[in-house]
Design a protein around this ligand. Structure first.
Ligand code: HEM
Length: 104
């Protein structure tokens, strides 16, 4: 995955717009300026990338799971909010009419 993201960055010069591509970009860039204004080779090592991925997984998993679980309980208890949410989602979805469905 890291090699894939790094390849995209090297070959196409862009960032895939996700956490992994940002880490790959940060591991690939050459000379950068430090917060003290010094020029130097500042890039993430592979170990730092794996460490950051571990932190993202740890920090992102239970928080997101608990938020979604609590939201579903509240939606189940408030059907009128479910209706409102469904309308909102349909409106947002209509903005993407004609584009491929990201969930399919
Ligand atoms: C609804 C879901 C989430 C909630 C409620 C939540 C909540 C929080 C809170 C309260 C903090 C502490 C902020 C502070 O005091 O400075 C935090 C930090 C952090 N969160 Fe989340 N988070 C969520 C999802 C995620 C996800 C999906 C990721 C990773 C992909 C993530 C990664 C992090 C990281 C890396 C930090 C530490 C940031 C730092 O100290 O520089 N979180 N989060």
């Amino acid at each position: 995955m890291l090699l894939h993201e790094r390849g995209i960055h090297r070959n196409y010069g862009n960032n895939g717009g996700n956490l992994m591509s940002s880490l790959a970009q940060a591991s690939d860039e050459g000379t950068q300026t430090t917060s003290e204004g010094k020029q130097g080779l500042l890039r993430l090592t592979d170990d730092e990338i794996f460490g950051n991925n571990f932190a993202f997984n740890l920090a992102g998993h239970e928080t997101t799971a608990n938020t979604v679980a609590a939201a579903l309980v509240l939606l189940a208890a408030h059907p009128e909010s479910q209706t409102w949410l469904a309308e909102e989602l349909e409106e947002v979805q209509s903005n993407f009419a004609g584009l491929p469905d990201p969930l399919s």
